[in-house]
Design a protein around this ligand. Sequence first.
Ligand code: ATP
Ligand code: MG
Length: 318
Amino acid sequence: MSLRFTEKRELIARGSDIVESVPRKIKNSFDFVRPYRVTSDGKFRLKDFDTADTQGLDLKDESNVLLRKSVEKLSDLQQKLYAEDRWSLLLIFQAMDAAGKDGTIRHVMSGINPQGCQVYSFKAPSAEELDHDFLWRTTKALPERGRIGIFNRSYYEEVLVVRVHPEMLKRQQIPPELLKKNVWKNRFEDIRAFEQHLERSGTIVRKFFLNISKGEQKKRFLRRLDEPDKNWKFSDSDVQERAYWDDYMEAYEEAIRHTASAEAPWYVVPSDNKWFARLVVANVVTDTLEGLKLAYPTVDAAKKDDLTTARKHLLGEK
Ligand code: ATP
Ligand code: MG
């Protein structure tokens, strides 16, 4: 279903309230992102999630404006988060290659004060990292209170790429008798417990799986080969990993099924259309921060006296 021109103009003017005037029964951004939220284990099936879903919206051309509005809201919320210095927000991005992690992170966080936001990209672990437990390197990178932390890949690789290539597990120096069985089940449990611990400590966790189809990945790889400006992004190993597509999908399905919770939900974001994926992520982030009811700290009577004195001093300066 596409929107009439006048409706689209109105949407642009009203920014992140877009979903209110969309001619479907979507009332707010909470409802807009709800279809993609996974909060409990058990029934989750990846095949129930359409990679090309756009909720019938045709907003590609307008999405930049809509996103900007959302980012403005985010910027304001982030300042309050920083000023309160109580909560922190951890955003985890996982995806197959070329699904658009980098672009989504760049666009959604573009208006944010860099002091309040840290992005970490996790690649294949170093020798030092392999000599520690699998949560060590990411734990060191967790956001401080008042900050937004972004993980571009994360400890979830430990139940994804490592599961698809079990020889990686052998390189982790884990005592062999601990690896006999239930490795993945144990890791899911550890991850769930870890995320619960974060939640209890004031770190809000939101996890995004940017869900693209195998066909869309092929198109994007070909574009990287065809367009000189994109050649640098092309990697032979990415194409080799494609051969394991089904194994990855199974690993993602299992990981999401076993680690989705109300406190640390997964969002399975339809990502064949980049503009749509970015709108979904932006709305999840603003919604999450709005849910915290953030406010600038209020000033008590003693502090007010200090301010009055400071004003007098300044005005009295020669
Ligand atoms: P881009 O390709 O957009 O630059 P990227 O995240 O794909 O970003 P790469 O350097 O291409 O970065 O790939 C990082 C690689 O590191 C991925 O193949 C990923 O699976 C791998 N990796 C990340 N964490 C682990 C881990 N814990 N164990 C093994 N491999 C890992
Ligand atoms: Mg890569």
